[in-house]
Write a protein that binds this ligand. Structure first.
Ligand code: PHE
Length: 345
């Protein structure tokens, strides 16, 4: 093929290439090891003198021209292909209101945030703690030694390394005491709440779940008494239910409090008259609580001779059921959006 023929063929192939792969193939055809232009350059060794010079210049010029044409066409085709991809992709304009209902907060999140806000306003810090913990924090540090019958009520899921999923938010008590205990000497009380997911080996029904939420609260200082406990619980619950709730304490046993109580609130449904929801008693059990046992304070590095405190374990899931009138506890983990999305604030 002479130069003119190569030139013509080059123009045709570049013209015909409508995809990047085709232009790549054409480039190999002309500039590759056995390509037309490469062969023409190799053919120069067969000519001599003036002819070699003119031909040499012409082939080299053609080579440069071909390189320029190929990269120009390649860029052009790449552009076209990108455009085509963009045009084919679905269009998302994030600034356009969707017209769909926006997502909503889970009812547990709603009550949890509400309680957090109320307790924060009373000077409580909101703590974080993991869902996986160990035997010490979940039981031993809470005055529940191995083989204590109280463990029967709180069987849970154990990991192969001996760790476990916490059965109650009380598991965070020791960590909270260690975190803030030194402030007591400086006259700063410990006031902390800790909302968290808890797990128990439980057969599920409308009132029992293996996964549920509690909110732990502790207050430790000099001279903390049961009156402080009652005051804080009553204030908090009145705010949550947006009315003045009556509370009463009954004795309750938990190894980590002494004395221990079950705190009941007057039934919101019948106003305390007695109805099926409160089993005709007029009261609903809501929040186990008590004065922190000296052994638990000691385990947390706090001197029980100097300081006292109260702790409570508010059933957040139960609170959400009462507040929103949710009858089946299993709804919370069900993923049934029709049920869970109606409490948007
Ligand atoms: N952790 C206890 C439970 O889940 C509740 C509790 C907390 C009781 C704090 C007393 C004080 O059963």
């Amino acid at each position: 093929m002479n130069i003119e023929e190569i030139k013509k063929k080059l123009a045709d192939e570049i013209d015909a290439a409508d995809k990047t792969e085709k232009i790549e193939a054409a480039r190999v055809n002309f500039l590759g090891k056995k390509g037309h232009i490469t062969s023409a350059l190799a053919g120069l060794k067969n000519v001599t003198g003036d002819e070699k010079r003119t031909l040499g210049q012409a082939v080299n010029a053609l080579k440069r021209e071909a390189e320029a044409l190929f990269s120009e066409k390649l860029a052009e085709l790449r552009n076209l292909e990108e455009r085509a991809l963009i045009d084919a992709a679905p269009v998302y304009d994030l600034s356009i209101p969707s017209g769909e209902k926006a997502g909503s907060l889970h009812p547990i999140t709603l009550v949890s945030r509400e309680c957090e806000a109320i307790f924060s306003s009373m000077g409580f810090t909101v703590e974080e703690y993991s869902e996986i913990t160990d035997d010490y924090n979940c039981f031993e540090a809470l005055n529940i030694p191995k083989d204590h019958p109280a463990r029967d009520m709180q069987d849970t899921y154990y990991l192969e390394n001996g760790q476990l999923l916490k059965t109650h938010t009380s598991a965070a008590q020791n960590t909270i005491m260690r975190k803030y205990g030194k402030n007591l000497e400086a006259g700063l009380p410990i006031r902390a709440i800790f909302p968290g997911r808890c797990f128990r080996n439980e057969a599920t029904d409308a009132c029992h779940e293996n996964t549920f939420f509690q909110m732990e609260g502790v207050m430790i200082d000099r001279d903390i008494s049961i009156s402080n406990l009652i005051y804080f619980m009553k204030t908090m619950l009145s705010e949550v239910f947006e009315r003045d709730v009556k509370v009463r304490l009954r004795p309750g046993f938990f190894p980590f409090v002494e004395p221990g109580f079950e705190l009941d609130i007057s039934c919101a449904i019948c106003g305390g008259e007695g109805c099926p929801s409160c089993k005709n008693s007029g009261w609903l059990e809501l929040c186990p609580c008590g004065m922190i046992h000296p052994n638990v304070l000691t385990a947390g590095g706090i001197d029980p001779e100097k300081y006292t405190g109260f702790a409570f374990g508010l059933g957040l899931t139960r609170l959400a059921m009462m507040k929103f009138g949710i009858k089946d506890i299993r709804d919370f983990n069900s993923g049934k959006l029709a049920n869970l999305t109606q409490f948007v604030h």
